[in-house]
Design a binder for this molecule. Sequence first.
Ligand code: C2E
Ligand code: MG
Ligand code: MG
Ligand code: MG
Length: 294
Amino acid sequence: HADTAMYHAKEQGRNNVQFFAAAMNTAASERLELERELRQALRQKQFELYYQPKVRTADGSLYGVEALLRWRHPKFGIISPLKFIPIAEEAGLIETIGAWVLDEACRQLIAWREAGISGLTMAVNLSAHQLRSPALAEQVLACIKYYGLREGELELEVTESMAMNNPERAIGQLQSLRALGVHLAIDDFGTGYSSLAYLKLLPIQTIKLDRTFVRDIETDVNDAAISTATLALAHSLGLKVVAEGVETEAQRQFLARHGCDFLQGYLFGKPEPAEVWTQRWSEPTDDAPSPVSS
Ligand code: C2E
Ligand code: MG
Ligand code: MG
Ligand code: MG
């Protein structure tokens, strides 16, 4: 019987290996296919920006929007940036895609301003590769000049891990962006490893509390503690806090009670194409957060 057991174990092991190899092949070939298609996606105008509102906690008024990239794949439909951005990074495509995102987001901000929807800020996410790129500040400056952006109108978001990977380089890069009048935010705060000593050295204005802490903020004492500690730390460093992923009224109330400055999440609006917001903000009766129109 021992033989039989051994035989079965071996057989199963072999099957597992075969199964695993097949799965890996699928993943690898799917990846290659996506990479090939990503190379053409820009030219074929398959990228779109969706915009998600960010509101002032105090009165729920609209403070600005965050641009979130979408890939409308001809066969698979909308693909999440979480799936294709790592591929774009590895394939060396992120700089081109990132430059498009930056330009498109600024163009939209000005289009809104010209349509009388003014006073908004525009937040754009940067990838790790962009933060390392010597061309970034120049790209941003070109956008600011071309679109005539004002101080603080453009906000760039980087994650903790991107900034902490090489703090000296990140500080240098962020300082040159800051010198251009750009606002800087640390995205997904609390999920990465960050040194508080370095946090103090980063020329940032805002911390975005990750939505994993917001989810159970009123029921999980640890999440509540992390959130209130982050708020206290940020405020004592003179930084503003945006809470991500606010979905319920109870979460909103908790965050308001603890002095969170800005809120973002499905409670106030999901990411939607620009036209959807333009239309909503043009209807005065709608209860979606609306900007001060000029
Ligand atoms: P992020 O910058 O932290 O963006 C927030 C993500 O949470 C978005 O996912 C948004 O749709 C989602 N979200 C917002 N509110 C809620 C909520 O109330 N509940 C839940 N469950 N989710 C919410 P999305 O759009 O899939 O983006 C994922 C990530 O991809 C972003 O995280 C950002 O890191 C990255 N990303 C998006 N656009 C770009 C881009 O243009 N460039 C780069 N480099 N990265 C981008
Ligand atoms: Mg972000
Ligand atoms: Mg985030
Ligand atoms: Mg996030």
